[in-house]
Design a protein around this ligand. Structure first.
Ligand code: ADP
Length: 196
């Protein structure tokens, strides 16, 4: 059984991930893996440099994320070429970590912020969606230090609430207190961990 976890920015997805980990789940964090596969010394970074040239490196030889961001933001073909390098590496590493977790008898949850946007929902048996109204996202993003304009721009660039909910097999309504969130996450953990 493959389980995915997603949610829009500031929906509370990271909080849910931490709660699940606390209950005993293994979290496979796609953002973290995406950074790891292009760390200095990796084959992934060598492929990115071969494709885009050494100008994508910082002075210390790490990937210059801002630079890469500029390149792929302006050029869809470049974005596809970057994804063609990074996505298979992330996929392979995720499967490795998932298998290790499963062998250890743990519930494995794939934390993927853009799960719906990249069309991965069909690859999961269960999709947990952390859901709040846009206004709650904006409020919580502001509390975390983002400007309202940035928060709204990011939300607009992500999947709509409706599209995310359409992919869900479990919905976590995170409009309540953190205590209520913990209870809901415990329920879902118990339901899913009971099947593995
Ligand atoms: P995401 O990973 O979806 O961007 P986070 O888990 O980092 O979101 O949560 C965004 C912010 O909202 C954090 O500051 C977090 O502590 C806060 N938060 C999450 N859930 C709740 C809640 N139920 N009530 C109040 N604040 C919350």
């Amino acid at each position: 059984m493959r389980v995915g976890l997603t949610g829009g920015i500031a929906s509370g997805k990271s909080t849910v991930s931490e709660l699940l980990a606390g209950f005993g789940a293994v979290i496979v964090d796609s953002d973290k893996i995406a950074r790891e596969v292009v760390e200095p010394g990796t084959a992934g970074l060598a492929q990115v440099v071969a494709e885009f040239g050494p100008s994508v490196l910082t002075e210390s030889g790490a990937l210059d994320r801002a630079k890469v961001g500029e390149i792929v933001f302006a050029d869809e073909g470049a974005r596809e070429r970057l994804n063609a390098i990074v996505h298979p590496l992330v996929g392979a590493r995720s499967v490795e970590l998932e298998e290790a977790g499963r062998e250890a008898g743990k519930l494995v949850v794939n934390d993927i912020p853009l799960l719906v946007e990249v069309g991965y929902a069909p690859f999961f048996d269960e999709v947990i969606v952390v859901d709040v109204p846009v206004e709650t996202q904006v409020e919580r993003a502001i509390v975390r230090g983002m400007s309202e304009t940035d928060a709204r721009a990011r939300i607009a660039a992500q999947a709509s609430r409706e599209d995310r909910l359409a992919a869900a097999t479990y919905v976590i309504d995170n409009t309540g207190t953190l205590d209520e969130l913990r209870k809901r996450v415990q329920e879902i953990y118990d339901a899913l961990a009971g099947t593995c």
